[in-house]
Ligand binder design. Structure first.
Ligand SMILES: [Zn+2]
Length: 442
């Protein structure tokens, strides 16, 4: 089971100055920045997925600048992602059409030929067919009954595109693996889509549309799909947002899945920001929130209306940072560090005045989360390059360079977790729908 990291230009400045919160002098964005696989050894994933929607073009701008987008196609994905070193030689580079970027359109804005040209220009090793996302999921319907006209139209478009894509992909030769994307409005229609792709000749099938689904519905879909496909047909879980629950999904024997979740949760999750692997699996710590006084929009608003003054903000911010760093060095007590973070962070309350109800409530929440993280010092035990280099800065929720480094660390922990999972026996004949997903026939 391969973990494919869905990249969206996630890089850090390797020489970022944490003391002054500034980029290295003369830093050149992207050129001087580093990807996770450049910061960590071994790389924290088996391969990378780049979505056409992230690269973008003149019709649908992505995250890349137009110069980057053109260079990506010109020099190829491997050079652009700096995956040229011998240690990355066998690393696959997956592509997909980025169906979320055109979900509102009647039909995909590209043709299968255009998508294949994109894959060929950039030298992808694996490419997903041109799908169209179906949103109205109905777990109760069986067979191909039901499904709105809208859903059926997208189901047909996805399969027609896949047929054309496969016949064109044969021209690219054996160095390119076409992957057929299955879409549906119910477990059985997703399974039907997958079965038709297999019949067309696909030996690698991606299950799309999983992102918004609840875990039990993903189980229903994969159960139905596995029941229709040969065990020799490989399955990819496309945009698998539930990466941390991969243990539960291993029973369907996916060959690969792509996700960005371990990186994203470092700065988007309210509590689970820093990953650790324990005997019982993944566990999470909250990051220590010390936002930037002069950049936080909420603080700026409060200063503008006069409920906070910037001198106080800067003084408490400095005190929180120094206390946490002092705690890391062993010169500041745990309680002092925790209270300094609470005093500063609780200024984000609706009413930041001393003793206000909202401020006391927020302070109590910050106290619990921060005390647990600082007391356990998980960064001090982590052997990864990120934690060794930047120590406690990795758990501080502040600026992209800390937050993404924490995401890189998470990728490393998650990748090891997947490796460990592979060591456990996953017997094919133990394949069964989990009890908690219900006993619905698909
Ligand atoms: Zn680490």
């Amino acid at each position: 089971m391969k973990f494919i990291f869905a990249d969206s230009l996630d890089v850090v400045d390797p020489n970022y100055d944490f003391a002054s919160d500034s980029f290295a002098p003369g830093r050149k964005a992207y050129w001087g920045d580093r990807y996770p696989h450049e910061m960590m050894n071994p790389a924290p994933y088996d391969g990378v997925l780049v979505s056409r929607g992230i690269v973008g073009d003149h019709r649908f701008p992505g995250k890349y600048s137009s110069a980057q987008s053109m260079r990506f196609r010109r020099v190829g994905a491997r050079q652009f992602l700096r995956l040229e070193a011998p240690r990355f030689a066998s690393m696959p580079i997956f592509g997909d059409s980025g169906a979320f970027s055109y979900v509102q359109e009647e039909k995909p804005p590209y043709t299968p030929t255009e998508l294949l040209e994109f894959y060929a220009d950039a030298g992808f090793t694996h490419g997903c067919s041109l799908d169209h996302i179906i949103f109205d999921f109905d777990r109760e319907t069986h067979g191909l009954v039901a499904g709105s006209d809208h859903a059926r139209r997208r189901f047909d478009i996805t399969l027609e595109n896949a047929r054309e894509f496969l016949s064109l992909a044969r021209d690219l030769g054996p160095s390119f693996s076409p992957i057929g994307v299955a879409q549906g409005w119910s477990p059985s229609s997703v399974a039907e889509s997958a079965a038709r792709l297999e019949k067309m000749g696909y030996t690698y099938i991606a299950i799309g549309g999983l992102v918004p689904l609840r875990a039990e519905d993903v189980h229903r879909c994969l159960h139905a799909v596995r029941g229709r496909l040969s065990w020799d047909t490989r399955i990819h879980l496309l945009g698998f947002a539930k990466a941390e629950q991969i243990d539960d999904f291993a029973r369907y024997a996916p060959t690969s899945f792509d996700s960005t979740s371990p990186l994203i949760r470092a700065f988007k999750d309210s509590k689970s920001n820093y990953y650790v692997e324990t005997e019982t699996g993944l566990e999470y710590y909250a990051a220590v929130r010390i936002p930037q006084a002069i950049e936080n929009p909420r603080f700026m608003r409060a200063v503008k209306v006069g409920s906070l003054d910037s001198d106080t903000l800067l003084r408490l911010e400095r005190h929180a940072l120094e206390s946490v760093r002092g705690y890391d060095r062993g010169t500041v007590q745990l309680d002092t560090a925790v209270e300094s973070v609470c005093e500063y962070g609780s200024l984000l309350a609706d009413d930041p005045s001393a003793g206000s109800r909202s401020r006391l409530k927020l302070a109590a929440e910050i106290r619990i989360a921060t005390a647990r993280t600082l007391k356990d010092r998980p960064w001090a035990r982590c052997p990864c390059e990120i934690c060794k280099q930047v120590s406690v800065e990795v758990v501080i929720f502040r600026s992209s360079n800390r937050n993404k480094r924490r995401g890189f660390h998470n990728l490393g922990v998650f990748f090891e977790h997947v490796q460990r999972l592979l060591g456990k026996e996953i017997a094919r004949d133990s394949f069964q729908i989990p009890r908690r997903a219900g006993a619905a026939e698909c």
